[in-house]
Write a protein that binds this ligand. Structure first.
Ligand code: ADP
Ligand code: MG
Length: 437
């Protein structure tokens, strides 16, 4: 039999890769808006038609691309953001894999218009299903404009599995929210079928949250701010009484990137313990900042699952910080926190470091139900509550130290050895109080 293995053509490889990166119109929106952020845009406009099934158009005023870069951008593993594997651990950009544009171009009709500020003329590229149809100079504004039409036109199975427009649009809105919240310094506008859904002006963090989720949230927000050597946390949490029956306003971001983190979510929920009405979830918008070297973003195709080197310490910091903020706002009545300063949250050492084991001699043969004394030499161990009479033979020795401190008249009263009643009473007291209580 002849050899049967062959290299897949690029277009097919890109289509396969697209299966992971681009699952629905919302994925296209996410990838393209993230590219606009990485390009340094201060203004991003998104036009959607039919929940993205017909059109996703994203315009930014970022750095734009040269004609050569514009063509290169659609190649697989082509990126301007990293150049070596080491760079993976100092990532400050949203993208780095160089996969998104190649994937989108493999499964849609893509038109790109782009121009750098320093160039007189821009570039127009038209690609359908990985095939370049046009590349030519074009008059356009500085920045970049992507139009994605007929998503999944050549992957009917994928197209068939798309949900109703209302669901797909909801997914798009979620993606926009996740990008808008950590970027209040960027103006973001969203249109669906020509009607404006969001007009988010440049503002601060709190106002951006309110602009995204509505004015009602404003009076519920409690600010959170904590700086530690491991992580900085700032943002807002909702007052428990405004907690909702449905989830949807729980957000973690790390270094400006949205992430799902069920383990840290638990830290927040536990901080709210006994404060929430049953089956409700508090809102939270927590922005974590940490050294990029201490996290791994490259563990999931959509980069929403992130591994933290110090996750247990961070869990405790999040828990304590949220609890502290609730306390400061008198939501936790029993804790009287200083309104002005931050508390010092101790970060535990790594579990195996600096543990000193107590030096207590033990008898491995000791059996509390066995009345017999152990036979072998079991260290310095002795029965804790001696019941045999002979163990009381030197009972006075127990008081030796205590008697030294007594005045002479007290010594007389405490001379139990003169009175057998007192002796037995005190022996009971001794064992009863000192050891059994
Ligand atoms: P990645 O973002 O992982 O680098 P992409 O496939 O999303 O991969 O993009 C490839 C490259 O195209 C980017 O590295 C960037 O240089 C360029 N690019 C994409 N979108 C834009 C944009 N809106 N403005 C400027 N350059 C862009
Ligand atoms: Mg990208």
């Amino acid at each position: 039999m002849s050899d049967i293995i062959q290299l897949l053509p690029d277009a097919v490889a890109n289509q396969i890769a697209a299966g992971e990166v681009i699952q629905r119109p919302a994925s296209v929106v996410k990838e393209l808006v993230e590219n606009a952020l990485d390009a340094g845009a201060t203004e991003i406009t998104i036009h959607i038609k039919d929940a993205g099934k017909t059109l996703v158009q994203i315009t930014d005023n970022g750095c734009g691309m040269s004609p050569t870069d514009a063509r290169m951008a659609f190649e697989r593993h082509a990126t301007s953001k990293i150049s070596s594997a080491n760079d993976l651990f100092c990532i400050r950009t949203m993208g780095f894999r160089g996969e998104a544009l190649a994937s989108v171009a493999a499964i849609a009709d893509v038109e790109l218009r782009t121009k750098r500020v320093e160039d007189e003329v821009g570039t127009l590229i038209h690609i359908i299903g990985s095939e370049v149809k046009t590349q030519e100079p074009a008059a356009c504004n500085s920045g970049t404009n992507f139009s994605i039409k007929n998503l999944f036109f050549n992957v009917p199975a994928r197209r068939k599995f798309l949900k109703a427009n209302s669901t797909e649009l909801k997914n798009i809105i979620w993606e926009i929210q996740r990008i808008a919240l950590p970027n209040p310094d960027i103006k973001i506008t969203l249109f669906h079928n020509n009607s404006q859904l969001y007009q988010l002006p440049v503002t601060n963090n709190r106002k951006r949250i309110v602009d995204v989720f509505g004015k009602n949230l404003n009076h519920s927000l409690i600010s959170v701010n904590e700086k530690t050597s491991v992580i900085n946390i700032q943002g807002f949490i909702g007052q428990p009484k405004y907690a909702r029956k449905t989830m949807g306003e729980q957000f973690f971001f790390v270094n400006g990137r949205y992430m799902r983190h069920p383990y840290f979510h638990k830290a927040v929920m536990m901080a709210y313990e006994q404060l929430l009405p049953p089956d409700t979830f508090p809102s939270y918008f927590l922005f974590l900042e940490t050294d990029p070297a201490s996290i791994d973003i490259n563990v999931h195709p959509t980069k929403t699952e992130i591994k933290f080197e110090n996750d247990r310490e961070i869990w405790q910091i999040i828990h304590a910080t949220v609890r502290q903020s609730l306390g400061k706002h008198n939501v936790v009545p029993s804790i009287d926190f200083d309104q002005s300063g931050n508390i010092d949250i101790p970060v535990p050492q790594k579990s195996t470091e600096n543990i000193v084991f107590p030096d207590i001699p033990i008898n491995p043969e000791y059996n509390p139900f066995n009345e017999q004394k152990p036979t072998s030499s079991g260290g310095s161990y002795s029965k804790p509550f001696p019941s045999e009479k002979r163990n009381l033979e030197h009972w006075e020795d127990l008081y030796e130290g205590a008697q030294l401190k007594l005045k002479p008249e007290e010594q007389n009263q405490s001379d139990f050895s003169q009175n057998s009643d007192l002796y037995s009473q005190s022996a009971v007291q001794f064992t009863g109080k000192k050891y059994f209580s």
